[in-house]
Design a protein around this ligand. Structure first.
Ligand code: FES
Length: 111
């Protein structure tokens, strides 16, 4: 089980702290289940970059990044060293704390 703390680059959004999150689901799925807005234009199959997020800590609890994921991260807005695609970050068996920062989702308005 994990504790996941979501913070947001969009101003005015308070952090969301989720507890007892089960492994086997992706950060995208966790976000959507908890009413956290995270775009997912390709439906979560690593074919876009709209679920881009930053893993500030706890990356060791997530499925490792693939070459394909890296390619799509290169096309994301403002990629950083800790960039990941939320749909590819499947929680592995284990427990711990993960800190995730969500880019401003309003950048996708009108897409
Ligand atoms: S939803 Fe498209 S890559 Fe994650």
């Amino acid at each position: 089980m994990y504790t996941i703390r979501f913070t947001f680059e969009q101003s005015g959004l308070a952090p969301a702290i989720l507890e007892a999150v089960k492994p086997g689901q992706s950060l995208l799925e966790v976000a959507l289940l908890n009413n956290i807005e995270l775009h997912h234009n390709c439906g979560g199959v690593c074919a876009c970059s709209t679920c881009h997020l930053y893993v500030e800590s706890g990356e060791q609890y997530l499925e490792e990044i693939s070459d394909k994921e890296e390619d799509f991260i290169d096309r994301a807005v403002n990629p950083r060293l800790n960039s990941r695609l939320g749909c590819q970050c499947v929680l592995q068996e284990g427990q711990g704390e993960i800190n995730v920062r969500i880019p401003d989702q309003s950048q996708f308005l009108g897409e």
